[in-house]
Design a protein around this ligand. Sequence first.
Ligand SMILES: [Zn+2]
Length: 142
Amino acid sequence: MLEVTSIKKGIVMDHITVGNGLKIFNELMLDQVDYPVVLLMNVPSKAMGRKDIIKIENNIDIDLNFLGLIDHNITVNIIEEGKLAQKKKIEIPKKVTGLFSCHNPRCITNFDDYAKPEFELVSSDTLAYQCEYCEEITEYKI
Ligand SMILES: [Zn+2]
């Protein structure tokens, strides 16, 4: 069994809902990096039954808002010198900038390169976000 502390320096994303691990792996384009990465799927978990885990042996900046959109149950562990240095709890982001596009085809953010779409959370059950420009509601789907 691979231990969390088997990496010296990097990031471990734990408690990922089964099936989301691969999505996150792909979304973060971890198949294209030149440092060690591990995707563990269907790992037995006391709390969740099964879970996915991603280990990244490098200090990269991860957009926690983005992770929160995909799966807000994730725990992000920052590892330094082989030890757990920081544990971050992920939440559904209240505000999102530029992570997805507005559903309104006439929205300025869909054809003006300089207008980055900004959204405010209106429902955490459906991941519904309201566009700051046109007020259209967009439900985020992976
Ligand atoms: Zn809009």
